[in-house]
Design a protein around this ligand. Sequence first.
Ligand code: NAD
Length: 393
Amino acid sequence: MLIGVPREIASGERRVALVPEVVPQLSRVGHRVVIEHDAGLRAGFTDDAYGSAGCDIVDSAHDVYSTAQMLLKVQRPGREESSGEAELDMLREGTVLIGLLQPSGDPALFQQLAERKIIACSMELVPRTTRAQMMDALSSQSTVAGYKAVLLAANALQKFFPMLMTAAGTVRPARVLVIGAGVAGLQAIATARRIGAVVEAFDTRPAVKEQVKSLGATFVELDVHLEDAQDAGGYAKELSERHIRREKELIHNRALQADVIITTALVPGKPAPMLVSAETVRAMRPGSVIVDLAGEQGGNCELSVPGETVVRYDVTIIAPLHISSDLAFHASQMYAKNVAALVTLLAPKGELNLNFKDDIIDAVVITTNGEVRHEPTRRRLGMSPLKTAEVAR
Ligand code: NAD
């Protein structure tokens, strides 16, 4: 297939969906790649590097959209600020679109993609199974986010992270509280430990206790039973009001000792749980730092302003959006490997083979044959469920 890679146009987005080192993996199975001039530059990948890897470099996004049969993107289609041109309008009927399409974002996009007969594949819908690990972009980008959150915190904190014994006296290590120990939280714990902080972590899923301890952090216990905390897929369930109240008390008490709080708590399909209250921020030591990684889902801290850094009660609260884009080189490299693995599954011999009996393909394809086939999106669009036979044609 002819695979196209346009430059990302979303504000602040530096990542690119394909990096040169991954191109041979696609060429080997018969694909060709066309990439927009300077598409990878903001992530550190030059046109020369893409050229040497065998890509055709073209001048404009138009040249990519008008020829590609499969389009690789990071962000969902948007509108170019300067020209006002919509990426959606450039997509040709029958194109396969792969990206972080935000399946829980505005569902109208998927209706439009279906109407244009686009085969849209959402990287967020890759199942969290062993077989799909190579394609798990949520995990790769969360790894970047967890790492970068610690660096942002360390940069904003007016204290050392490690313990230091100097002629000018002994410096005590910083104390970091990580709330939510999924992929991002575990990477935040590991990174904070690596630079010498004393780390406590907290998650409603008791299953993560051993992972937290193995990274050298203390697991803060809340007596939630496993069946109340976690669904069959291993994701967190929304807690009862009573549990959330107890959790907030616990976090309040731990926050009094913390120099840094990193929050990563998410519940699939729901707004992020509000766990750090304004009262807790007010009670924290002046100069403390909160990095709220749940900003894209509304935030875990009552005083977070998604996309901004604010100072409230002498506490710096950072709630970055698209934080993975700040580490664009490695975030792109990991994302490109995830995407290339999915492309190889969808088109193993250079031709598209949409076998919906494959659980990964069945999960990721949101629109095909002019229909929205992802049931949660259909529900949000007020559509009736599709019958299995209709979906898999
Ligand atoms: P996530 O981003 O959905 O959520 C982040 C963390 O927040 C989770 O650990 C969750 O338990 C926690 N959380 C939710 N509500 C909370 C609350 N009120 N207080 C404190 N913490 C709260 O999680 P994720 O990183 O995407 O991981 C989700 C699941 O997927 C985990 O079970 C993980 O082990 C699993 N996973 C499996 C694979 C695989 O098998 N290939 C890969 C990655 C993740």
